[in-house]
Design a protein around this ligand. Structure first.
Ligand SMILES: C=CC1=C(C)c2cc3[nH]c(cc4nc(cc5[nH]c(cc1n2)c(C)c5CCC(=O)O)C(CCC(=O)O)=C4C)c(C)c3C=C
Ligand SMILES: [Fe+2]
Length: 644
């Protein structure tokens, strides 16, 4: 990855919407509940990015339920020429792009081509604020009445509102961000739900029905449409960290007892807790040293709480009254505690938002797995509608916020254009990516591409590198390693490095100690003359606003539709239920080899690690023996007494 450069602008970003391509007469909302049997034509449309994938997901749900024979889905993106319509067959897998060849070259950037040319992917759409329309046509026989289910992810087409914003263009964002922003001092919903959204908001929203077309009156504005009588909750998921030095060992125990962190083969699962106990006790002294050096505990809780409050305010300013909860995976406030509070508050719609921009089995995946087990066993939660935003590294607001931080930090260097931008991501064991299909590495690389593209648009053309930090244990992790890369860059006479922590959105031990202290020291020793570090996003306003937009964009789909990303051929679905996301993921997953018991002889990469460790142990044992007994090779050769 060293020296990778991102070129070109993503397709369609910033394109002006052409009203002419909107088949206005043809689209509308099926006002019937799913399965009334009267629906001849249903249009699923929504603004702002999630629509394309949402339409795909509706279509895919229909396909999966066997109602496919006459159904077809036409996706129209107003930010693209009419020639780029997608006609989807019985499954999105067989998507055919109509007349795509004529337009693809002009609209597909090098970066999107590198990412597989997913011109219709929701991730790109949501990055761009595109409005897209999907039309499902089917006769009554294709919409048989569905029995009511307890499944929280049931498909309910009446919830798929058609929304059209009059201010079309690259920044449509459901209109809310532009014409309805209120100053935080005006924010009425301090701690709960405002009974009525403020009146006088002009959303320019039009809701179409298959029979008629009507402009929404102001009191039935968009936020009311989304919120209605629902009590909306947002659950922020994060890892958690020890708040005192006494918390360190039990925190480490919780972490290593997680089968998504230390993966043992089924047969050895009974060893999970004893192993966690052993490793946590063994690692605690080193970890404690680290936490002691950053003030005696992790700042993660405080920062995440502040982000939750900032997000609540941002949502409130956008007329979406919601409660925001924090659920940590390995320390207080535990996810279980957050869920109890959600139940006590009577939340009816929940948006689950992991605070990791990129998805990994070991982070968001682990928290979702926990949620799944909690949801499955609880009557209230089974019936509560929810959706998950599994990763959001591609969102425009996040990318721009990161670019702005980098730009600002670059300007502090004596020669900004000569600085190498050093993206350092938390690593994961290689087997997660190569054997278990963790999308983490792919998402990380795409994320770096997007940030570099954004910087390039601002005229910043520095070189960059991506490496992985914080490896733990004897297995091989994602390469290149941060420490080795720093040394290599020093040898290549790179003189200025700007470290960018890319997998975290808050400061914690791995930024404050590992990057700021250990890697800085290593860099200076390796010949780097100028070192800088970009701060984590924390409560940076552009970032928080973007998270709020992500939540708002997901609301029409809470409980309405969810389908596997794999089925829809997305890099990762922007939305889905916990259950379906994990089901999709699990169906692809292979059992990982055990991380600790792997032993290979020969000169493979992992054998190198193990053989090296075995040799070190043997040498150490000989040394101890020699020092304690005073006999051995070193004494015979007269070497050891020299050190006395
Ligand atoms: C994207 C972020 C993270 C990934 C991926 C991740 C994977 C991962 N981590 C460990 C082991 C440890 N992680 C520890 C702390 C820690 N890790 C992350 C983030 C990711 N981990 C955070 C935010 C924190 C909390 C830091 C804090 O301030 O408290 C620790 C404890 C700290 C230490 O002793 O170094 C360990 C251990 C593994 C094994 C893993 C993937 C399998
Ligand atoms: Fe970690």
């Amino acid at each position: 990855m060293v020296g990778r450069r991102a070129t070109g602008a993503p397709a369609g970003r910033g394109d002006r919407t052409d009203e002419a391509v909107w088949p206005v007469g043809d689209w509308g909302v099926g006002s019937d509940e799913w399965g009334q049997g009267q629906l001849r034509k249903v249009t699923v449309a929504a603004a702002c990015g999630c629509s394309c994938s949402a339409a795909l997901r509706v279509f895919s749900s229909i396909s999966r339920r066997g109602h496919t024979s006459a159904a077809s889905l036409l996706l129209l993106s107003p930010s693209r020429p009419a020639s780029e319509r997608l006609l989807l067959g019985p499954s999105p897998r067989f998507a055919t792009r109509l007349q795509s060849s004529s337009s693809s070259s002009s609209h597909q950037s090098a970066a999107s081509a590198r990412r597989g040319g997913r011109m219709w992917s929701s991730s790109q759409a949501s990055t761009r604020g595109v409005i897209e329309v999907g039309i499902v046509e089917a006769g009554p026989s294709h919409f048989p009445k569905r029995p009511a289910t307890r499944n929280s992810s049931r498909l309910n087409l009446s919830r798929a509102y058609a929304i059209k914003s009059s201010s079309v263009g690259s920044r449509t964002r459901l209109c809310l961000g532009q014409c309805c922003q209120m100053k935080s001092s005006n924010c009425k919903c301090k701690m709960g739900w405002s009974p009525q959204p403020p009146s006088g908001l002009r959303h320019h929203l039009r809701v179409y029905s298959s029979a008629s077309e009507a402009v929404l009156p102001s009191q039935s504005d968009f936020s009311k449409l989304l919120v209605g009588n629902e009590k909306i909750g947002v659950l922020l998921l994060n890892l958690g960290g020890p708040e005192t030095l006494d918390d360190v060992q039990p925190f480490l125990f919780n972490l290593f007892a997680d089968p998504d962190i230390i993966r043992l083969p089924r047969l050895f699962r009974f060893l999970q807790k004893p192993l966690a106990q052993f490793i946590s006790v063994a690692r605690a002294p080193k970890s404690k040293e680290g936490y002691a050096s950053i003030g005696g505990g992790s700042p993660l809780r405080q920062i995440t709480d502040a982000q939750a409050e900032a997000l609540r305010k941002a949502l409130c300013e956008k007329d979406i009254p919601a409660k925001v909860y924090v659920g940590m995976r390995y320390w207080h406030p535990f996810t279980e505690e957050a869920i109890e509070q959600i139940k006590r508050d009577g939340i009816t719609k929940l948006v689950v938002l992991p605070l990791y921009p990129q998805f990994s089995i070991s982070t968001s995946g682990s928290s979702l797995r926990l949620l799944e087990s909690i949801f499955r066993e609880d009557e209230y939660l089974v019936n509560m509608q929810h959706t998950v935003i599994p990763s959001w590294y591609q969102r425009e607001g996040y990318i721009k916020a990161m670019a702005t931080l980098i730009e600002k930090e670059l300007s502090t260097f004596p020669e900004p254009q000569k600085v190498m931008i050093f993206f350092s991501a938390h690593g994961v064991p290689l087997a997660y990516v190569e054997e278990a299909g963790d999308p983490y590495k792919a998402e990380m690389e795409e994320c770096v591409d997007l940030i570099m593209e954004e910087l390039e648009k601002r005229g910043i053309k520095n070189s960059c590198t991506l490496a992985y930090q914080s490896r733990v244990g004897p297995v091989e992790w994602l390469r290149p390693y941060t420490d080795e890369t720093i040394i290599e860059l020093g040898q290549r006479r790179v003189k200025s490095l700007l470290a960018v922590p890319i997998s975290f959105v808050s400061e914690h031990i791995e930024t404050l100690e590992e990057i700021d202290v250990e890697y800085k020291e290593l860099a200076l020793e390796s010949g780097i003359k100028h070192w800088g570090r970009v701060p984590a996003l924390g409560c940076e306003p552009t970032f928080i606003t973007d998270l709020a937009d992500a939540v708002i964009e997901s609301l029409p789909y809470v409980g309405a539709m969810a389908v596997s990303n794999i089925e829809a051929r997305q890099p990762l679905v922007p939305l889905g239920s916990v259950e379906e996301l994990l089901a999709a993921y699990d169906s692809k997953r292979e059992e990982l080899p055990p991380p600790v018991t792997v032993w290979e002889w020969g000169w493979t990469k992992s054998a190198e690690t193990w053989n090296g460790r075995a040799a070190m142990l043997a040498v150490l044992a000989l040394l101890v023996l020699e020092v304690t007994t005073g006999k051995g090779f070193l004494h015979q050769w007269g070497i050891l007494p020299l050190f006395r």
